[in-house]
Write a protein that binds this ligand. Structure first.
Ligand code: CUA
Length: 156
């Protein structure tokens, strides 16, 4: 029968599309699902005091105008709680968590990333304007979440 043939073609096409769709979905999850792009390296969150990078949190000058800022996020604050950064400095942030997932968010900049335990989360920013900046936690992390913050003082 004529109609029957068309139904068969459409049915085959429909199932084929579905399989293709699921295959793409599966591949995407496999390829990108496990590795958010900001996660560069891993770290033992239970032994941060023995870690080369995170055992000494703070600001370190690594070039004429380049700095590394190492921070540990923990409910409900950051260590250190204040950073003094010279105006014009380019700072690469290395942040990890000692407990749950937090965020490191510098309002008004593109620095806004999740801080996951076991990972070294990074971002770089150049501080062109002098002044005080309040860094906040954007990721709900418990009862003290709304108080979790630190200060950056950009010194002229
Ligand atoms: Cu830490 Cu919210």
């Amino acid at each position: 029968m004529h109609l029957h043939k068309y139904e068969k073609i459409w049915l085959t096409f429909g199932i084929g599309s579905l399989i293709l769709f699921l295959a793409i979905l599966g591949f995407t999850a496999f390829a990108f699902g496990h590795h958010p792009p900001s996660e560069l390296a891993t770290v033992d969150s239970q032994n941060l005091d023995k870690d080369e990078l995170f055992s000494e949190p703070g600001l370190k000058q690594v070039g004429e105008n380049d700095y590394q800022a190492v921070l540990v996020a923990q409910a409900f604050g950051y260590n250190p709680s204040t950073l003094e950064i010279p105006q014009g400095a380019t700072v690469e942030f290395f942040v990890t968590s000692a407990d749950v997932i937090h965020s490191f968010t510098i309002p008004g900049t593109n620095v806004n990333f999740m801080v996951t335990p076991g990972h070294v989360n990074t971002a770089t920013h150049t501080f062109d304007e002098a002044g005080e900046i309040l860094v906040i936690c954007n990721e709900y992390c418990g009862t003290g979440h709304q108080f979790m913050q630190m200060r950056i003082e950009v010194i002229p």
